[in-house]
Write a protein that binds this ligand. Sequence first.
Ligand code: NDP
Length: 255
Amino acid sequence: MNFAGKVVLITGASSGIGAATAIKFAKYGACLALNGRNVENLKKVAAQCGEAGSSPALVVGDVSKEADTARIWSETLDKYGKLDVLVNNAGIIETGSIENTSLEQYDRVMATNLRSIYQLTMLATPELVKSKGNIVNVSSVNGIRSFPGVLAYNISKMGVDQLTRCVALELAAKGVRANCVNPGVTVTNLHTRGGMDAETYKKFLEHSKTTHALGRPGTVDEVANAITFLASDLASFTTGLSLAVDGGRHAMCPR
Ligand code: NDP
């Protein structure tokens, strides 16, 4: 895989899947714009990209805020003057069912996980059309299967899959591809940041041995492999795909 001369913008690159994806793109020679809110963490990821010879631009901001996302985009374009790959990865999880998820929670999850992708994709599309570039969205197994107790998250991720497919069809004639990855449980900070305490998270990872056919949770590197593949020319005839990176979880049924 070779991304030499290609400009890649990754949201949520300061941690977890986004950070691993940034480092992988750096190894493949990409010019990077890395977004996140935590500047210290972003600098650490940028330093790791630096070891691979890349010097990423940091486009700091909160993607759930419209003005921030507009600025994240304008700073990226000011820096590089084009875009080849947009990776919409930033996301949060919040627990709650229809009985106890507040509208504030719903709005926060939807603004971060879905509305921000809509906005950034809208802004980036003219440049992606020029470059015949592509989009990789980070959805979840929750986008294609239904789980109780994380209602707003499920709805947001299902929206990401539908957005991906529709945009893929809308931009196909212009040579722009759009795909998403649907990870299963992946070891990152997502769940603890979403309120899970350390002991419960440990049990959750243990339980993942039975909820994933391959008998374990996934790693950030495994998801980053799928993202870089979809973004690369190796996937030149693939668009509108929801690619499960979940150890077979999407195919499982209780019995
Ligand atoms: P992490 O919590 O480790 O990383 C989340 C990233 O998103 C951080 O870089 C964080 O930046 C960024 N982020 C969150 N909210 C915002 C915001 N409002 N504005 C800008 N950046 C933001 O979790 P993951 O790496 O696991 O999550 C990445 C994606 O993967 C998410 O979309 C998640 O839903 C998805 N996913 C994760 C799974 C898992 O099991 N881990 C499974 C399926 C999907 P900062 O810290 O700087 O605020």
